[in-house]
Design a protein around this ligand. Structure first.
Ligand code: GAL
Length: 337
C-alpha cells in the first residue's frame, strides 16, 4: 500500500510517499532527492527506525546539515563517488566537472540528483516510480539523461531499488542510494553491528580517496569481511572505512553481496545487487549540529555502485553510458527480524 503525505509547507509538488507491506514494514520516500527518509520494522518492542533521516524537507535544506553534508538516504548521480580532479575524456576532448570536494568531483557536483525534485508516480501496490530529466550541461555533464528509480517494498520483507537511465550523448554515470543503516534505532552507534561482505579485493586508493587502479587482496587486512565480524573489530587499523569493495557480480547477475546483523535487536539485512562495487562508509564524519543522534559512526552506508573514477581508469569498466544504451541496475535489501 502507498499513502501520500505532505512533506513541505510551501511546495505542493514535494511529497512523502509511505509504502507499507503486509508484515508492517514501512518505507518513506520523498521525491525531493528521491530520498529514503525512514524505514521502520515492527519489532515486538515497537516500531524500530533503521535508517538515518528527517521527517520534513526543511531539515534536508538546513545549513548545518549541508555543511558536512552526509547525503542521508538520497539517490546520488550523475556520478556517485569521486572523479579525479573532475576531469573526464570523452571522444578525445576533456570535460571539466565541478570540483565540489577539494580538488575532486564528488556525488554529482554542487547540485546533484540528491537536491532535485523528481516526478513521482505510483506504479503498483507497493511500487513508487521517480523520474528525472537531467538536461544537457547539468552540472557540466553532457547529454540529456532520462532517469527512473523505482522503490518497491514486497511482502518477502524486501526493499528493492531499480535504477535505469538513457542519455543522448556519452556521459559518465554511476548511481547509488546513500542510505545509512543503524539497527539500534539511534541508541548506539554502528560499531557493534556485524558485517559480512562477499569480496576478496578492494580498490586501492591514494590519500585523497582516488583509486590508483590497483586491486588489493583483503586477506590478512582490516578489509577482510569475508567472514562476518563486528565493524569495530579491526577499524583501529583504518580509523574509518571508506572503501570500494570489488563484488563478484560478473555478467551483471543479481547476487547476495553483504549481510549486516545487530545482536541486541536481532535484526539482519541481506544486500543483493548486480552492481560491480560496494562503497562501505562507516560515517566517521557525520556530525549534525543540533542532532545528537547523528554523530560520528551513527550510520553505516553500503553503497552498491560502479567503481569510483571509472571514466579515468583503464582497468575499470562501467563508467559511461552511450547513446542507445540502457543503464540498468538493481539492489535489494531483505530484512529478518
Ligand atoms: C561517501 C563517500 C565518503 C563521504 C560520504 C558523504 O559515499 O565515500 O567519502 O564523502 O559519502 O559524506
Amino acid at each position: 500500500m502507498i499513502q501520500i503525505q505532505a512533506f513541505a509547507h510551501k511546495d505542493n509538488h514535494i511529497k512523502h510517499f509511505v509504502l507499507t507491506n503486509n508484515n508492517g514494514i514501512c518505507a518513506k520516500i520523498t521525491n525531493y532527492g528521491a530520498i529514503l527518509t525512514s524505514l521502520t520494522l515492527p519489532l515486538e518492542s515497537g516500531e524500530r527506525e533503521i535508517v538515518l533521516g528527517f521527517d520534513s524537507l526543511k531539515d534536508y535544506k538546513n545549513k548545518s546539515y549541508l555543511k558536512d553534508y552526509p547525503y542521508f538516504g538520497a539517490i546520488i548521480g550523475r556520478y556517485a563517488n569521486r572523479i579525479n580532479q573532475g576531469k573526464v575524456r570523452i571522444d578525445g576532448k576533456t570535460i571539466q566537472l565541478p570540483t565540489n570536494h577539494g580538488k575532486h568531483h564528488l556525488h554529482g557536483g554542487y547540485s546533484g540528483f540528491d537536491k532535485r525534485t523528481w516526478d513521482a508516480e505510483i506504479v503498483g501496490k507497493s511500487r513508487l516510480q521517480l523520474s528525472l530529466l537531467s538536461m544537457d550541461g547539468d552540472e557540466d555533464f553532457p547529454g540529456n539523461m532520462k532517469l527512473t528509480v523505482i522503490y518497491e517494498l514486497n511482502d518477502e520483507n524486501e526493499l528493492a531499488i531499480y535504477y535505469s537511465a538513457t542519455c543522448d550523448k556519452t556521459s559518465p554515470i554511476n548511481l547509488t542510494s546513500h542510505t545509512y543503516f543503524n539497527f539500534t534505532g539511534g541508541e548506539e552507534n554502528i560499531l557493534n553491528h556485524e558485517l559480512q561482505i562477499d569480496s576478496d579485493q578492494i580498490l586501492e586508493n591514494n590519500t585523497e580517496l582516488i583509486p590508483t587502479g590497483k586491486y588489493l587482496d583483503v586477506k590478512h587486512t582490516a578489509f577482510d569481511f569475508r567472514a562476518q565480524k563486528k565493524i569495530n573489530q579491526d577499524i583501529k587499523a583504518v580509523e574509518n572505512y571508506d572503501n570500494c569493495f570489488v563484488l563478484k557480480t560478473e555478467g551483471k547477475t543479481l547476487k547476495k553481496v553483504a549481510e549486516v546483523y545487530e545482536e541486541k535487536s536481532n535484526i539482519s539485512m541481506e544486500v543483493s545487487t548486480d552492481f560491480p562495487g560496494l562503497q562501505l562508509y562507516t560515517g566517521m564524519f557525520i556530525n549534525i549540529e543540533g542532532h545528537k543522534k547523528f554523530g560520528p559512526f551513527s550510520g553505516l552506508a553500503l553503497e552498491t555502485q560502479g567503481y569510483p573514477d571509472a571514466p579515468n581508469q583503464e582497468n575499470f569498466s562501467h563508467g559511461f553510458i552511450h547513446p542507445g544504451e540502457v543503464y540498468q541496475h538493481q539492489t535489494r535489501y531483505k530484512f529478518h527480524f
